[in-house]
Structures are given as structure tokens and as C-alpha cells.
Design a protein around this ligand. Structure first.
Ligand SMILES: [Zn+2]
Length: 297
């Protein structure tokens, strides 16, 4: 009796906290950045040889990528599904919240498959849904989401302002590589997300080229895994280090501003390249479903 009322009270207060906080732990890059990344990726994709993408498709992709953080219709899914990478499969569900992105990501990719495999897929709907899937792949460029470090607001996320984002373009070779990566038989958003997360862990030197853990890598003062707090570590979390990812911290042992900018820009470029991959992947799937449709007629 006592236990039940405690649990009920606990659940109720947790629900209030989740409902009242302006942002849920779902956020990584700010919603507007997701939109901007997808928009910039669509522009770069357009410059790849042999590619045409109607403007409204690029717009639908960008809207979908943003909607995953803002759509009021999926609000409940958002507060109960956080956008953290399930590193080592260690983030387990907590009460009614899925701490990792695993469940919601599968929901989104299955909905995309349903659209692509169903008859007469509306391309706008397809691109919108693909944007929702892409959102999680973009999140994998934010170290705090991959380490993973529990947070509501992450300094890396707020590091780049939309107006100050570097120019992004692709060479013909880079286009070709992304095209080829999307064309392989085993290419899937799930496998791609996994690779994107692993690439980020290598970039911040938490893992080496063999994906094995690295102790005291170059960014160990920024992100730590597992968390030094044993209770958090047990839940699968890492933690932030002593250095904040923000300019002019002036703390001994922290990196220079240029080094922070270089990491942010590199990760930003990865997020955009990964977004272009999604566009190549989508085109491949749409081509295949058009072939199927015309064969059936
Ligand atoms: Zn997110």
C-alpha cells in the first residue's frame, strides 16, 4: 500500500517535471539547426552530378527533421523517448521513459518503410518522414548524445549559431562516396546511425580505430565514460568533464577556442554529409518503388 502510493506520487511528480520543463532531454541540436542542416544538405545534394530534387521535397525533409523536436502531435512520444545513443546497450528504460532512441527510431524507420513499400507513396510524406528519421542521425554528431551524458541543455548544441554556420559544399568525389554508401545492399538508416555514433566517439577519442575504449583521449576533460558517479554509470550514462564546451572558459587544461570551433565544425560537416547520405538513400528507395509500381501496372 505504502509502496504503491510512493510509486504513484513519484510517477506523478516525474510527469509534472517532464511536462513543465521547456525542453525534454530529447533535444540535441536545437530544432532550428535540424531544419537548417537539412536545408543546407538539400542544397549541396542538388549540386551533385545527375541529381535533381524538387524544392518542396527538400523543404519537407527539413520540416520533418525539425518536427521531431517540436511537433505538438508527437509531444507525448517526445517526452517519453529521449534522443540518446544506446552505447553498449546499457541505457535501459526508466518507468515510462525510454532513455535511448532505440524504440522511437525503429518506429520512425518502420513508418518510412511502410510509406515506401505501400502503393502510391506521396513523395512529400516520404521526405517528411525521412526527415524524422534523419533527425536522429543528425543527433549522433552531438557528443553529449552519443557518450551519452544526461542533459536538458547541452553546450555543444548551443555552440554554433545559425547565422555563423560555415559554408558547406561537396566535391564530385564526396557526392560519389555518399551515393555509393547509400547504394550498398546493406545500407539502412539504422546501420548508418550506428556508424555515425561510432564516428563521433572516435572523433572525441573515447574509442580508437578499432572502436575499443581509449583512456584519457584528447577530449577526456570534456566528456567522460562511464560516469564517475557509480549510480549514473550503472544506468549507462557518461558525464561531462571539468571543461565546459564553451569559448573563453579560461580553465587550465581546457582547449583553446580554435580547437573547440574545429571540433564543432567537423561534427557539423558530418551531420550535413550524413543528411546528404539520407537523400541518396531515399532516392534509391523511391526509384525501386517506382520500378515495382510500374511493373505491377
Ligand atoms: Zn533530437
Amino acid at each position: 500500500m505504502e509502496a504503491r502510493s510512493l510509486a504513484t506520487r513519484y510517477l506523478a511528480s516525474l510527469g509534472i517535471v517532464l511536462l513543465c520543463s521547456p525542453a525534454s532531454p530529447a533535444f540535441a541540436f536545437a530544432p532550428e539547426l535540424h531544419l537548417e542542416f537539412a536545408r543546407k544538405a538539400a542544397q549541396a545534394y542538388q549540386t551533385c552530378p545527375g541529381v535533381t530534387l524538387p524544392a518542396q521535397m527538400g523543404k519537407a525533409l527539413a520540416e520533418g527533421a525539425k518536427a521531431e523536436d517540436t511537433d505538438p502531435l508527437t509531444f507525448f512520444q517526445r517526452i517519453t523517448n529521449w534522443h540518446f545513443y544506446n552505447r553498449n546497450d546499457a541505457l535501459k528504460p526508466f518507468w515510462f521513459a525510454n532513455r535511448s532512441l532505440d524504440k522511437i527510431f525503429i518506429t520512425r524507420t518502420e513508418a518510412l518503410d511502410d510509406l515506401l513499400e505501400g502503393p502510391d507513396a506521396d513523395p512529400i510524406e516520404v521526405y517528411k518522414q525521412a526527415g524524422r528519421v534523419l533527425h536522429y542521425i543528425q543527433d549522433m554528431s552531438v557528443p553529449g548524445h552519443v557518450v551519452p551524458t544526461y542533459h536538458i541543455k547541452d553546450p555543444f548544441d548551443g555552440f554554433g549559431s545559425i547565422d555563423a554556420l560555415p559554408k558547406f559544399s561537396l566535391s564530385a568525389e564526396e557526392c560519389q562516396k555518399l551515393h555509393d554508401d547509400a547504394a550498398t545492399e546493406t545500407a539502412s538508416p539504422g546501420a548508418f546511425l550506428e556508424n555515425a555514433a561510432k564516428a563521433t566517439l572516435r572523433q572525441i577519442e573515447q574509442t580508437g580505430a578499432d572502436d575499443k575504449p581509449v583512456v584519457n583521449g584528447a577530449w577526456a576533460n570534456y566528456w567522460v565514460y562511464p560516469s564517475p558517479d557509480s549510480a549514473d554509470a550503472q544506468k549507462g550514462w557518461g558525464d561531462y568533464g571539468v571543461c565546459p564546451f564553451s569559448k573563453g572558459s579560461g580553465i587550465a587544461g581546457c582547449k583553446r577556442d580554435e580547437q573547440l570551433v574545429a571540433l564543432f565544425n567537423y561534427q557539423y560537416e558530418q551531420a550535413l554529409k550524413n543528411s546528404v547520405w539520407m537523400l541518396f538513400y531515399l532516392q534509391k528507395r523511391l526509384d525501386a518503388s517506382a520500378v515495382k509500381t510500374s511493373a505491377a501496372q
